[in-house]
Each structure stands twice: as structure tokens, then as C-alpha cells.
Ligand binder design. Structure first.
Ligand code: MG
Length: 374
């Protein structure tokens, strides 16, 4: 297949390069190399056993952070290709965007942030960047994966101004009110499309939400009715999949159309123009509203379902008790996580906890607190 000609406002090469200069890779682009490095990282493999909404041991069919990241990459690449943007960069960002997530999803992240309140806090986006910049130990010549600036800026989706100020070039856009590349913007919205839709699917599969409840969500109901009219005798599982599939398609199609329209309006000539324009990758106003309704439904009925809340409560106490016990006596930590000076100890403990998979955190908790384990 011939190479697709990239749009002039796409990121074609890494203008800002890598922290440690390396020769251009033969036979693959800089961003393909980034993607390859991410896939070979140990943080990437651990995504398999980290929660999205359902804790890993709750069932084999639910999404994990690994399958979620792969879905984000797929959606992101489809959008990028249609807009003549750099698919390889979108894929690299998508596969890395959740590397810094703690075990147990948002409950884990919130609790670790609370534990780290006096020590600079904990932000998962920042942690994803820390994983690729510092924590991965795979290369003789440098710490981390030495990724291109453009990949790193995409990974740092959000960040507090306080942290942005100390991050240098990659944090500057938060202070100067600049946007990241269109490729980074795509990865961000592909993430949203992926999780809203797979959470509907997983939520239904788990029985925590029902088709009847979802009938109140316009975006879902519209597609459900469409499928029911076309296929009156469809079994429920297939009905759900077909509905979700169509919903994803509608969201992607809308996003592409609105983004094309925004690109026409603001007419960026290059990546620098993209940075100074408002966010150009966006849903239409109508779709934004429908999407908001879907998110609100998920928050009320799934993320705050009493069974999810029970798991979240357990997760919080596991995280906070692990943090406290490690802070109280660093001799309990594996040696690589013991800081040379006491001042930086909390960050090492946070790195250790954030790197754990769900099941590792549970095991570590048992090893430390259950009398019969060791
Ligand atoms: Mg995500």
C-alpha cells in the first residue's frame, strides 16, 4: 500500500527530538520506534492486570487497561488516517497513555494522591510520563525509554500548573495556553470514545446496568432502536454488540466531520499553527451533549453502583495501608525502592505502589498484614 501523504499540519517528523540524541532508526519512523519501545516496556505488560472499572479477578471478559489501550490505539489510528495525520504517533501515545495508572482504577489513583498530599501529590498522567522518562530500566545509555518530545507531550494529557512549571518544555503548553499536536488531541478523544462505549458493554455484561436503564440515554437508545428495527429477532448479546459498534462509529464519524470543519475554519498551515489554535479535534455541539448524557449515566449508574463502590472502598484501604506501612518502615520495601535520602522516600513508595497490578497489590497486602501469609 502506498504511503499516505500527511497533511501539512500533521507531525511528520520529531522536531523537538529526544532528550538523548540517537541516530534515526533505519526502516521505521521515529514514532514507530517509540511505539515499539512502549510495547517492550514492563509497565505496558502490567496493564494486563490493572483495572479499568472492574477489578481484574472479577471476570475474564471485562476490559483491562491493556485491552482498553489497544482499543484507544485502534480508534485513534482510524481517525488519524482519515484526517491524513500521523497514525504512528497516535498509536504510540494511545498505547502509553495509561502506563502510570495505579492498581484499582480511579479509586486507587485518588487514594494515592491523598496519601501523597504532603509530598507533591500523585497524578496518573504525570506518572505515565515518569514511567517513560525515568522509571523504565531497559537501556544501557539512559533511564526511561527516551521517547520523542511529541510522544511525551501527548502522554501528558493533563497536569496541574504547579507540576507544569517544573517540567520544562513538555509542561510549557499548560502555562502558555497552547495546544498539543492534533495527534495528541485525537488520542485524548479516542480514549473517551473507547471507555464510554466499553464501559456500557462491560456494565451490561456484569449486570450492574440494564438495557431498560440505558433506554434513557439518547445516543444508546437511538442505535438500539435502529438495530431492533432492522433485526427483530436478535439475541441480546448480539444486540448489545451491534448497538455499541454503531455508537462508536457514529462518534468517530461525527468527530472526523467536526474536526475537518474546524481545520477549514482555522486553516492551520503547520504544527505551530495547531498549537496556537483552539482545540481542533472535537465533537459537534450536538454530539458533545449526547456524549455528556452518556457519561453522566455511567457515572450515576455504573461507577457509583454499590458493588463498584464496595470494591473501591477496599481498594482505597489497600492502597493507603500499603503506603503507611512502607512509610513507617522502609526496611519493608524491596531495595530498589529505598531512597538514598529520607526526603525523597514518599515518591519511591508511590512509584512502587503505582507500578503494582491489582493482584500484586492484593498479594502484597496479604503478605504484609495477614498472619498466615509470608
Ligand atoms: Mg485511558
Amino acid at each position: 500500500m502506498p504511503e499516505i501523504q500527511l497533511a501539512p499540519y500533521a507531525v511528520s517528523i520529531s522536531k523537538h527530538g529526544r532528550k538523548f540524541a540517537e541516530p534515526v532508526p533505519p526502516g521505521r519512523s521515529e514514532f514507530q520506534r517509540d511505539r515499539d519501545r512502549i510495547i517492550h516496556s514492563s509497565a505496558f505488560r502490567r496493564l494486563e492486570y490493572k483495572t479499568q472499572v472492574f477489578v481484574n479477578h472479577e471476570g475474564d471478559l471485562f476490559r483491562t487497561r491493556l485491552t482498553h489501550s489497544i482499543e484507544v490505539a485502534q480508534i485513534g489510528r482510524s481517525i488519524a488516517r482519515r484526517l491524513a495525520l500521523n497514525e504512528d504517533l497516535v498509536e504510540a501515545i494511545a498505547l502509553a497513555h495509561d502506563l502510570g495508572h495505579t492498581p484499582f482504577g480511579h479509586a486507587g489513583q485518588e487514594e494515592l494522591n491523598a496519601c501523597m498530599k504532603e509530598h507533591g501529590g500523585f497524578e496518573h498522567n504525570l506518572q505515565s510520563l515518569r514511567v517513560v522518562d525515568v522509571l523504565e530500566e531497559r537501556y544501557a545509555a539512559f533511564d526511561g525509554l527516551n521517547l520523542c518530545f511529541e510522544t511525551r507531550e501527548g502522554i501528558l494529557k493533563h497536569c496541574s500548573l504547579e507540576h507544569a512549571a517544573i517540567l520544562g518544555e513538555v509542561g510549557a503548553r499548560f502555562l502558555n495556553d497552547r495546544r498539543p499536536s492534533l495527534e495528541a488531541q485525537i488520542s485524548n478523544l479516542a480514549d473517551e470514545i473507547a471507555y464510554n462505549n466499553h464501559d456500557v458493554d462491560d456494565g451490561l455484561r456484569s449486570g450492574l446496568i440494564t438495557l431498560e436503564q440505558l433506554a434513557s440515554v439518547r445516543l444508546f437508545a437511538r442505535h438500539l432502536n435502529e438495530v431492533r428495527t432492522e433485526y427483530s429477532k436478535l439475541a441480546e448479546r448480539r444486540l448489545i454488540h451491534e448497538t455499541v459498534r454503531r455508537m462508536i462509529n457514529t462518534l468517530i464519524t461525527d468527530l472526523i466531520a467536526q474536526t475537518e470543519c474546524n481545520i477549514q475554519t482555522y486553516a492551520p498551515q503547520n504544527v505551530e499553527d495547531v498549537r496556537t489554535s483552539p482545540p481542533l479535534v472535537a465533537f459537534s455541539a450536538e454530539m458533545r451533549e449526547l456524549n455528556r448524557e452518556l457519561k453522566l449515566f455511567l457515572r450515576t449508574h455504573l461507577y457509583r453502583h454499590y458493588r463498584v463502590m464496595r470494591m473501591s472502598t477496599k481498594a482505597r484501604s489497600i492502597i493507603s495501608e500499603l503506603f503507611q506501612v512502607f512509610m513507617s518502615d522502609t526496611r519493608l520495601l524491596p531495595p530498589p525502592f529505598v531512597a538514598q535520602e529520607t526526603a525523597g522516600q514518599a515518591r519511591h513508595v508511590a512509584d512502587y505502589i503505582a507500578g503494582m497490578t491489582d493482584r500484586y497489590a492484593i498479594r502484597e497486602y496479604r503478605r504484609l498484614f495477614a498472619v498466615e501469609e509470608n
